[in-house]
Ligand binder design. Structure first.
Ligand SMILES: [Zn+2]
Length: 487
């Protein structure tokens, strides 16, 4: 059944669903059935907060930064100020209780609320760092009053110097922990197999380099969704390719250099520097923190043939493994694999801890697959296996290898000068066929944190989430809302 699919959408709830893919002309339907993942996420939506009267809250105090006043009353089309949807609030013995509707409540401990005050005395509006001394808050702190304002909850604390805190409704709802409420889905991943070749995600160099950064956002959004994206129309020079790499963030310097430009001369003790075929793998599995993105650009291939590029979506293959061989999947998710880089006399890399990391890493909070680490060539001695698991483990990696190398999974492309590709090294495996002649490649690694940071900044600008949207008008300093959910 899965062999007939070309792309799969992974929804927030971790379900592969029958859906139309809207990106480009990939509008094909996956035939796969609904597939339950580790956790269902409630789809309860937040009640709409109707904007009402202006609050009397004024920013003041320590930081010399003025926040804009809250928006003034918004009238509906009949001229009446609508306030009926404002959540209710009351003070309990140890918690403040917010009623979102007649059936949904969230409770916030008094000390939690006091600690999260974001007035300028408690939170530096420019640096976005906590100023309040958490350890001076009385453990039994309790508000003297709470008031539901149109934009959020106002809390008055007992103090010789009166202190008032304000928390936007959308922020409170997003951060509800008692009980945890539905969070907005993360950007969905589109899982793909070989048929991605019909319309691979591509942006142009001109788009990516444009000053308004919209093309850059599109590029990185594609990487987020697909795990890779081509850039066409790149001048076939190392200089232009390096400039392209630096659009994303700092280049990560490694034992292979900063921005690398190499041929098959074994200048470095790694098979990448040979003419040998390379099976699908992720890079730098021997680092504690493998490189996040890899950008590469074939600058020249003359006097020979071969050298096609291979891309495989590790998340797609993992989803198939999970479906067909759940026990093997669990072994790949549980058994740590040590690895090393030892081809250079001056370097000997191994990850910390020395036992390494599982091939399939999952998020602790929601059990979602977050990283694929796989390079069988760089694997070290498997001395940490339970004797009873040895054969089972070899069987599991054999199944994994078989799916990784199946015609359904492999996407082969003959790159040519002018087309660069960026690959999420935590998800998409790459490789190449053997070649003859002179093949010159250049490229760079970019750390995963740099990439995520750039994507977060661009998302703030081009696709703000509901909390940023609700609060940026009155709570932005230096272009960033104090209530940005990342803070
Ligand atoms: Zn405060």
């Amino acid at each position: 059944m899965w062999r007939s699919t070309s792309c799969l959408r992974l929804s927030a709830a971790g379900k592969r669903t029958t859906t139309t893919i809207s990106e480009g002309s990939l509008a094909r339907r996956s035939k796969i059935e609904h597939w339950s993942h580790s956790r269902a996420i409630s789809t309860t939506s937040a009640p709409e907060v109707v904007r009402g009267h202006a609050s009397s809250r004024q920013a003041s105090g320590a930081a010399a930064v003025k926040l804009k006043p809250l928006p003034s009353g918004t009238s509906d089309q009949h001229g009446a100020v609508a306030r009926t949807d404002v959540p209710t609030s009351r003070i309990d013995d140890r918690k403040v209780v917010v009623g979102w509707d007649t059936q949904t409540w969230s409770r916030y401990h008094h000390i939690w609320l006091r600690d999260h005050c974001r007035c300028p005395q408690c939170f530096h509006p420019v640096t976005k760092q906590r100023l309040v001394n958490t350890f001076e808050i009385p453990f039994d702190v309790k508000p003297v009053a709470v008031e539901s304002k149109p934009e959020g909850l106002e809390v008055t604390w007992p103090s010789s110097q009166p202190h008032t805190s304000f928390y936007p409704w959308s922020w409170l709802r997003r951060n509800s922990y008692d009980p945890p409420l539905a969070r907005p889905p993360p950007v969905e991943k589109i899982l793909w197999g070989t048929k991605i070749l019909q319309d691979p995600p591509t942006v142009t160099y001109e788009q990516v380099m444009a000053e308004d950064e919209r093309g850059l956002f599109k590029w990185l959004s594609n990487v987020d969704k697909f795990g890779f994206c081509f850039v066409s129309g790149v001048p076939p020079t190392p200089e232009a390719t390096e400039e392209l790499s630096r659009r994303i963030g700092f280049i990560r310097e490694t034992q292979y250099g900063t921005f690398w430009d190499f041929t098959s001369d074994l200048a470095k003790g790694d098979t990448a520097y040979t003419t040998l075929a390379l099976g699908a793998h992720t890079d730098t599995t021997y680092y504690t923190d493998p490189c996040g993105l890899q950008l590469f650009h074939l600058l020249e291939h003359t006097g020979g043939s071969g050298g096609a590029t291979l891309l495989v979506d590790g998340f797609y293959v993992a989803s198939i493994l999970k479906e067909l061989h759940p026990t093997a999947y669990d072994l790949l998710a549980g058994v740590r694999v040590p690895s090393h880089a030892a081809g250079e006399p001056s370097a000997l890399y191994t990850p910390t801890p020395r036992s390494g990391y599982p091939i399939l890493r999952h998020s602790h909070s929601d059990g979602e697959l977050t990283q694929v680490r796989w390079n069988n060539d760089d694997r070290s001695v498997m001395s940490n296996l339970e004797p009873s698991m040895v054969e089972e483990w070899y069987d599991a990696i054999r199944k994994w290898h078989k799916l990784l190398t199946s015609a359904d999974s492999e996407y082969w492309i003959q790159l040519s000068p002018g087309t660069a590709v960026v690959v999420d090294n935590h998800r998409v495996l790459h490789g190449r066929s053997a070649f003859t002649g002179k093949r010159r490649m250049c490229g760079a690694y970019i750390g995963v944190d740099e990439y995520r940071s750039k994507l977060a900044v661009l998302s703030e600008k081009f696709a703000p989430d509901d909390v940023v949207r609700d609060t940026s008008a009155y709570a932005s300093v230096n272009g960033r809302s104090l209530w940005n959910p990342a803070l």
